[in-house]
Design a protein around this ligand. Sequence first.
Ligand SMILES: Cc1ncc(COP(=O)(O)O)c(C=O)c1O
Length: 404
Amino acid sequence: MPEAQFDDRSLFSASVQGVPDFWRELPGILWSFDSGRPDPATFPIDDMTRLNEFVLRTQTDGALQYGDGYDEMMYGFPGLRDQLAERSQGDDGRDIDRTAVLLTSGAVQAISLALKAFVDPGDVIAVEAPTWGAVISTARGRGADVVAIPMDGEGLQVDLLEQELDRLDRQQRRFKLLYVIAAFNTPTGVSLSLERRHRLLDMAARRRFVVLEDNTYRDLRYDGPALPTLFGLDESGLVVQVGSFSKTMAPALRLGWATGHPDVIAALTGVRTDLGVSQWVARVMSEFLREGLFDAHLQSIRSFYRTKLTMTEAALHAHCDPWVSWVTPEGGFFLWVELDPRIDGKLVMRNALARGVLVRAGERFFGDPNHGRQQFRVSFGKLPIGGIQSGISRLGEAMTESRR
Ligand SMILES: Cc1ncc(COP(=O)(O)O)c(C=O)c1O
């Protein structure tokens, strides 16, 4: 039988776009400093195998069915929601219960649900520049206009946001939501300063917009004291915080969450069209927490990634000086590298690829191809420790070869 062909693209809705080039499999990549994936060496395989068996044998029906009733199905396994609420009491200093917690398929679904719950076509949202590009495309897919507010060494420039909101007011545009990666921004690693956190929350309360706080990397702090979260500082009910077990446990769990005012969490739940996250996976994770394994695991992976960060910086100094500069991040997986103007940024990417090295081009974080050409993101998350030095040395060669 001949292979079936689909050749009528006019059947697709306007939402369907081509797969961007950067998602395609790149041949010959030997050193990937590209994605925000965790190092497989950190996966707690033995405990997860043991707890998986325990859950399947002792909670068979609960684990392998849809959740029992609307709340359990749509909000997710109550035991894990209780535990996340309890952790929020410690991490955010908030006295919340499970009604303030929704389990999602990764932080990415929590973000999509928040955009769906708050943003109509024609509304305006703001992001930091640079930021995680996926959010820009999701918001644009909902018909929102996205304005990018520059960051500096203290994070989002709150004054510039205020100016932008004044401008939108004059145009009678409805501003709905700010997406902010307040802890270790992707890609810069910069965190929003405490003083700006307060000012931002004052502004949100005064002007009535939602603050979507992405806390995905928060548990991966290697240095410096943890700052109070926006969700913890907020008194207006306008902050929705999203979190994830992807970076600390494993992305394939597809387990994230949103925390916020119970009415807001109910709205997010109301716009979800799946039938909730896996009860099975949520129960395995819940047992991991119940046995007290998660905090010990965090401690061990923090020290592991701190070592990788140090090694990556040493390799950049050894092989890429004097062409690069960056600010050491206090956490997360990324170094945001600025290239000397004497080096052609585009050419470096090409020459690095020819040597089997992939870093992520700066343009990807601005939603605008005219920005970030002399910058790129180096992730020290997934690449094995043994590959850091050799990969960066090839990157250094690619730079020397890319002088203008
Ligand atoms: C800032 C940020 N938020 C969210 C995510 C997605 O996390 P999850 O796997 O929980 O959907 C990523 C992944 O790269 C990220 O960088």
